[in-house]
Structure formats: structure tokens, C-alpha cells
Design a protein around this ligand. Structure first.
Ligand code: SAM
Ligand code: SF4
Length: 634
């Protein structure tokens, strides 16, 4: 740990070779089309920028809560050279076929369209953006959009190979780097990222600070995801870094994504982090945040740097959210924690017969556009915008208008289906709600990977009318009750067979100071492997559901999975059961039965050592397929 801190101080205070300086001086001048230096471009907006700013903000990028989205994050790869514990599983994530991913011209076209509508900041992320082989030409092309209104070009990176590419990136107009580093200890780095590379990251940080001394003006923020019991003891050493260094350390609350084994107990919240820092630095004071900052900024008087906190889990910042995301396979995502996505890639490719737009096709489209511009009054638009931009903007506008006021709360996020952070690009079916115009329906059915019928205004499971019919006189008829008032099973003979899935969850909470979590963890309970037995019990129970619940139909189950996660810190076992079938009716009763039976098995196996256990929170958290479509618990 010491080595990193000492290294940073030593290297950044020494003046490295003069050639570096000369090289950067040349690059800074080359970074802008005019003779202005890169830094000057940021400080003094060009005449064109001023004119653009005077225009009303694009309606396409404004949502129903008047949030103006001028910040676009683009994931440019699904690949990564690290395997951070909180981000992805050891074996990596399934990668999309190359053909599905956005090509460089497609990313440039999308960037051009968004900038033409008022986006002023673009951040390239991933996966690890620096592993994309053509990142430098890509950045250079996006950088050229500065003359069309782009003010900030940023990157989020793990810093492993950044030092090799940094100079060229600055030449392209890079203005900000968020560099992920969760530990200052090389050994802990290897544990948290499952790879070596600490020294390379250190080299990148040194190089950024060195270039800044030479006037590069690149804003550096270090992102540190804090996990209880893993790296929380490093909060104060990270704070210490800001004593001498002009950089911002941003502590990020650990967020749940598919496959990252999140649990509430492992998350350290904003208030707790602040308390920890305040104890050591009582003068810690709040800094005024900018309107759209997602980070809450603090400062210790006398320290050169600052501290930020990204509090997505405990204090949402949805009210001022100005971000849109494009996944590496070209889906627009209006909220990081929502699963609504629309394919912009497919719209772009319509202008190339559905094929990926490579450099050659891009050049042909640009030539076509130049000719059209010469014959019309369209001058001044970036040449990279797609020929069918109107349709693209329509779809973007519709998706933005459906952005919710805020994302779901902690309790739901925990159980919500969302791709791993690294795959902000996987095709999960969208769950848009609310009325949609016929034109919207047509466009959405073309571009979402789902039939239009799913976009019914009533996708809420419990508001579906499927089980409640009306008599001729308008009175409500209960479908599960016969003429004589007796409960009976409804006929589903006229229903279609469709693929359906349901997920249910519940919690077994142990009493305070219960020995059960420790015994489960060490697998030393007298009755044996609690979680393993409970998993099998849940699977068996799902298959027996129609025998247990009187009015339930037997259905051909195609898959049951039951996951039990022990959270010793939270003193509980979280149970999630997922059941799938190809059938005529839903599988939520099967999922509920599986979850409850797995929980009861945990109870049964632990009752000898803990009499105060509570089984709680049994609920369906997701249901998909069938007539009522996808539903997720808010
Ligand atoms: N590979 C790059 C990097 O690590 O900076 C860019 C992609 S990474 C997915 C973007 C950011 O997401 C990183 O700062 C990372 O720390 C953060 N991140 C990933 N998984 C997270 C999680 N479960 N909770 C909080 N932040 C997370
Ligand atoms: Fe890779 Fe970044 Fe995810 Fe770490 S956080 S695994 S570096 S994408």
C-alpha cells in the first residue's frame, strides 16, 4: 500500500524527459482544428458553440420530467482484461457475436446524431474500452465533433493499458478520465481483480498527472467500489492520497448486477463512509455539487484533492439525471437500473440493408450525404449523421419519454434482472409501460426484441384482466367459482402454449447472535449441507405444486433453479427460485412453492440451533411470457 502512495508522490513530483513535454505541446496544438490549445477550447466556447447553446434543447432528448439528456455514455466493448469481483464472474461473461456489436462508423454516426441534438459530453466505457483495437481512431473521430458542440470527451478505464494510449487520446481531445482502482495494495489488487496489473495502473495514473503538469487539463477521478470486509479498510488510505494530489477519489456504493453475488451486508453506505472519514478528519466539509453531478463532493481543508461519493443505492440522484447509455450491441438504455432497451443499431443498419456499417459503407453514406447537403440547406450538420436520422430520433425520443421519474428502490434492485455492468449491452426484453401511439407501436415492434402485444398499457401482473370476466349485465364474474359458488379449476384449453418464466424470493432471517450462519458457512451443522439440501427441496417442491395448491394446473416445467445465498453479516439466507415452462398458464405458484419450501428446509435444518428464525418476504419478483407479458416488482 505504501509503495503506491510513495510511488505516486515520487513520480509525479519529478519532471520527466523534455521530449514528453515537446510531444504534448505539439499534440495539444494538433488537438483542435484551430490554433487554440485543447485547454483553451474547454474554457472558451467557440462562436459555433455559443450559437448552438442559444437554441432550445432538443425535444427528443427531453423526458416527461423535463430532464434534458446532454450526457451520453457509450459502451464500446464487452471485453475486459480484468475480472473485478463486483463486476463479473471469474469465467467472464458470454460475449455477443462480433456482428452484433457496433462498428466504429456506427458509434461515430450515433455520436454525431446525439451531438447534433445537444449532447455535450460523451464518455466511452465498457467492458474495458482500451482493449478495443481501434479505440484511437474512434476517439479521434468522436473528438472532431467538438466543432459541432461536443465539449467533453471522457473515458472510464481500469488503467491497465491506458499509459500506452494516453498521449494519442489527449491529442483527440480527451478531457476526463475516471480510473477504477479499488485498492492501494498490489496483493489485494490481484484478489479484487483476479489479475495482475497494479504497476501498470500506477504507471497510467503517474502519466496522467505528469501530462496535467504539462498542461493537458485532463480531469482525473479515481473510482473505488467499496465492499465491506474486502476493501473498506482502505477508505482512509485513499483519502490520504488527496492530501498532496490534485485528483478526486470517488467512493462508489456496491451495486447489484446479475451474477455479482451482491448482498446488502457487503454494501457500505454513504453515511457510514462519511462517519469513518469524519472520525479521522473532523473538518471534512461539503462542496457545492453541480446540477447534474451524480457524485456528492467533499473536501478536507488543506488537502489538494477532493472526495466524491456515488450513492446509487442509498440516495438516488434520479431527479437530475441527464444520462443516456448505449450498450456495445447498440441498445439505448435510458436508466442504468431499468431493463428497457431499444436497438439503435438495427435502425442504423436499415440504411445498409441490415448489414453492419463498415468503413467502406460509411464513406459511401457520407458521399451521399455531401451530395444531399449541397442540394439542400442542411449545411452545418455533422457529416457522420445517419441518412435515416429522422427515424432514429423518433425512436430515441420515444424511449426518453418513457424514462421513469426514478429507478426502483434498494429492495427491488436487489432482485431485479439486470445485466452485469460489463454487459450494458445484452438483449434483455424491454418492459415499457404506458400508452403508445400506433406509430410508436410499429417502430417499437420493429426495434425491440419482443412482440408488440407486450407493449400493452397493463403489463402489471395484478391488474391483468385475464382472470376476471364480466357478465352480460356488467357485474364481475369470478372465473374460479362455479355457478353454485363452489371453487373449481378454470379451463385453459383455449389458451396458447407460450414460454413463461417466474421468479420468487424470500428470506430466512436468523435470530440475533445465532450460531446458524457460522455453522452453515463451515458446513458443520449436524443435519448436513443446509443450502444444498434446501436447493433440492425447492426444486422437488416446484414439481409438486399442483398436488399442493388445489386450483393449480399441472404444467410441463422446463427448468427450475433455486439459489440460496448466505449473508453472515445480515444474519440471513436469501432464497430466489426461478421456474420456466412452455405451457398454457404461468409458473408463479411453482416459483413461490419452490422458494418457500427451500426456506422451510433451511428452517428445519437449523431449528435445533436457532428457535427464533423468521421466514419472511415471500413474493413473486418477476413474471414473463403469456398474455400479460413481462412484469417485475417495483
Ligand atoms: N472497465 C472500466 C473500468 O473498470 O473503469 C469501465 C467499465 S466499468 C463497468 C465502469 C465502472 O463501473 C467502474 O468504475 C466500476 O468500478 C463500476 N462498477 C462495476 N460494477 C459495479 C458494481 N457492482 N457496483 C458499483 N460499481 C460498479
Ligand atoms: Fe473490467 Fe471494469 Fe468490470 Fe473491472 S469493473 S471487470 S475492469 S469492466
Amino acid at each position: 500500500m505504501k509503495s503506491m502512495r510513495a510511488g505516486l508522490v515520487a513520480r509525479t513530483s519529478c519532471t520527466r524527459h523534455a521530449t514528453t513535454r515537446r510531444r504534448f505541446a505539439t499534440s495539444a496544438a494538433a488537438a483542435t482544428p484551430s490554433t487554440e490549445s485543447h485547454t483553451q477550447t474547454q474554457l472558451a466556447p467557440s462562436r459555433r458553440e455559443k450559437i448552438r447553446d442559444a437554441k432550445p434543447f432538443s425535444d427528443f432528448l427531453t423526458d416527461n420530467f423535463r430532464r434534458q439528456h446532454d450526457y451520453l455514455r457509450i459502451s464500446i466493448t464487452e471485453r475486459c482484461n480484468l475480472r473485478c469481483l463486483y463486476c463479473m464472474p471469474e469465467e467472464g461473461v458470454p460475449l455477443s457475436p462480433n456482428r452484433d456489436l457496433l462498428t466504429t462508423p456506427e458509434i461515430v454516426m450515433l455520436s454525431s446524431s446525439f451531438v447534433s441534438q445537444g449532447v455535450t459530453k460523451i464518455r466511452l466505457t465498457g467492458g474495458e474500452p482500451t482493449v478495443r483495437s481501434d479505440i484511437l481512431p474512434l476517439m479521434s473521430q468522436i473528438g472532431s465533433l467538438r466543432s459541432h458542440g461536443l465539449k467533453e470527451l471522457c473515458i472510464t478505464t481500469n488503467g491497465i493499458s491506458l499509459h500506452r494510449k494516453l498521449d494519442s487520446m489527449v491529442e483527440s481531445g480527451l478531457t476526463g478520465i475516471n480510473l477504477s482502482l479499488d485498492t492501494l495494495d498490489p496483493w489485494q489488487f490481484q484478489i479484487m481483480t483476479r489479475r495482475k496489473g497494479f504497476e501498470a495502473v500506477q504507471k497510467s495514473i503517474d502519466r496522467i498527472l505528469e501530462m496535467n503538469k504539462l498542461g493537458a487539463g485532463v480531469k482525473l477521478k479515481i473510482n473505488c467500489v467499496v465492499m465491506r470486509g474486502v476493501n473498506d479498510r482502505e477508505i482512509l488510505p485513499f483519502v490520504e492520497l488527496t492530501r498532496e494530489k490534485d485528483l478526486e477519489i470517488r467512493f462508489i456504493e456496491y451495486m447489484p448486477f446479475d451474477g455479482n453475488k451482491w448482498s446488502k451486508g457487503k454494501m457500505l453506505g454513504y453515511d457510514e463512509m462519511l462517519d469513518m472519514i469524519r472520525e479521522q478528519h473532523p473538518t471534512l466539509s461539503k462542496v457545492q455539487d453541480h446540477k447534474n453531478d451524480t457524485s456528492k463532493t467533499w473536501h478536507i481543508p488543506g488537502f489538494a484533492g477532493r472526495l466524491g461519493f456515488i450513492t446509487s443505492m442509498t440516495h438516488n440522484f434520479c431527479g437530475t439525471c441527464n444520462r443516456l447509455r448505449i450498450t456495445s450491441d447498440g441498445n439505448l438504455k435510458v436508466c442504468l437500473f431499468g431493463n428497457a432497451e431499444v436497438s439503435l443499431r438495427d435502425i442504423l443498419r436499415q440504411s445498409n440493408n441490415g448489414e453492419p456499417i463498415d468503413e467502406q459503407a460509411f464513406e459511401a453514406l457520407k458521399t451521399l450525404k455531401t451530395e444531399r447537403q449541397q442540394n439542400s440547406a442542411l449545411t452545418g450538420q455533422p457529416l457522420g449523421t445517419p441518412p435515416n436520422e429522422a427515424e432514429l430520433l423518433d425512436v430515441i425520443g420515444m424511449a426518453v419519454k418513457r424514462k421513469k421519474a426514478k429507478h426502483a428502490g434498494l429492495g427491488t434492485l436487489e432482485h431485479m434482472k439486470n445485466r452485469p455492468m460489463i454487459l450494458i449491452g445484452h438483449n434483455t426484453p424491454p418492459s415499457l409501460t404506458g400508452p403508445i401511439s400506433p406509430r410508436g407501436k410499429a417502430l417499437l415492434s420493429n426495434h425491440f426484441a419482443m412482440p408488440t402485444s407486450t407493449f400493452s398499457p397493463s403489463t402489471r401482473y395484478f391488474s391483468t384482466s385475464a382472470r376476471r370476466l364480466k357478465d352480460d349485465d356488467g357485474t364481475l364474474k369470478l372465473t374460479h367459482v362455479s355457478e353454485s359458488g363452489a371453487a373449481h379449476m378454470v379451463s385453459i384449453s383455449d389458451k396458447n402454449v407460450t414460454s413463461r418464466i417466474a421468479k420468487a424470493a424470500c428470506t430466512v432471517r436468523f435470530s440475533e447472535s445465532s450460531p446458524a450462519p457460522g455453522l452453515i458457512l463451515s458446513n458443520t451443522l449436524k443435519k448436513g449441507d443446509v443450502l444444498g439440501v434446501a436447493r433440492i427441496a425447492g426444486i422437488m417442491a416446484a414439481k409438486r405444486t399442483p398436488d399442493l395448491i388445489p386450483l393449480c394446473h399441472p404444467i410441463p416445467i422446463s427448468k427450475v433453479s433455486v439459489d440460496l445465498e448466505l449473508d453472515p453479516a445480515g444474519n440471513k439466507v436469501e432464497v430466489v427460485a426461478t421456474v420456466a415452462c412452455d405451457g398454457k398458464t404461468g409458473v408463479e405458484m411453482e416459483a413461490l412453492t419452490a422458494a418457500s419450501m427451500a426456506a422451510l428446509t433451511v428452517y428445519d435444518m437449523c431449528k435445533a440451533v436457532d428457535r427464533g428464525m423468521v421466514v419472511e418476504g415471500l413474493r413473486v419478483v418477476l413474471k414473463d411470457g403469456g398474455k400479460s407479458g413481462r412484469w417485475e416488482m417495483d
